[in-house]
Design a protein around this ligand. Structure first.
Ligand code: NI
Ligand code: MN
Length: 228
């Protein structure tokens, strides 16, 4: 499975030519100015919650990808569908699993909020457990650390966790290390940091803290791909 980072909490997972994109926030992010939203090829778009820093480029991506499937909670699906009807929309909620050719995605709890950019109700915020080919990845979305993360280890063998580490709006470094232990993985990709002043981190301190706990923290640069 190939992971590619597009800044903030935007990333893709690719397996056997199938591309899943998560939480598109590229065009408003000056740090991602070299990424061209309209050029991104996407088969399945997943949105964890309604906040602008996770959904800003969703309609652009939907309109530039024929035969795209959109996965999010029913409130977000309904909101996007009104703006861009030309896609296959799959609404789901916490606890549900959607199987697709080549893998599956399960929606799990996140402790956060979820209003949409125009103030509409965005349903409950979520995370995802994604199985693609032989690998399983946990993407926490925007969330505090919660004991619910322990349930994931009871159901899945998680190869890698994609966790917010910027603090302020989500968990920070300390909780992300615990979260990795809760979900039972030794490999974390950090997201949701450095985009705004409130979520600026010391990357060396973060890496060292993870190392001391026996967990590897990967911080790919924007545009960089990692084979998981
Ligand atoms: Ni958020
Ligand atoms: Mn966010």
């Amino acid at each position: 499975m190939k992971f590619t980072y597009y800044g903030h909490s935007t990333f893709s997972l690719e397996n056997s030519g199938q591309i899943l994109l998560f939480d598109p926030f590229i065009s408003p992010n000056p740090m991602a100015k070299d990424i061209h939203v309209k050029d991104l090829k996407v088969d399945i778009l997943c949105v964890s919650h309604g906040h602008g820093d996770h959904i800003a480029d969703a309609t652009t991506i939907i309109s530039h990808n024929k035969e795209i499937t959109v996965i999010a909670n029913p409130e977000i699906v309904g909101w996007l569908q009104k703006k861009e009807s030309n896609a296959e929309y799959k609404g789901m909620n916490h606890g549900g699993t959607i199987n697709f050719k080549g893998g599956s995605i399960k929606m799990v709890n996140a402790i956060h909020s979820s209003s949409l950019p125009d103030g509409s109700y965005g349903g409950n915020p979520s995370g995802f457990v994604i199985t693609l080919g032989s690998k399983t990845v946990f993407y926490a979305g925007d969330t505090a650390l919660t004991y619910d993360h322990k349930l994931i280890a009871e159901m899945y063998q998680v190869d890698c966790a994609i966790l917010p580490i910027g603090d302020n709006y989500t968990m920070g470094i300390k909780e992300a290390i615990l979260c990795a232990q809760f979900v039972g993985t030794k490999k974390v990709i950090g997201v949701h940091y450095d985009t705004f002043p409130a979520i600026t981190i010391d990357k060396n301190l973060a890496s060292n803290s993870f190392k001391e706990a026996g967990v590897t923290l990967l911080l790919p640069s924007i545009g960089e791909s990692i084979e998981l």
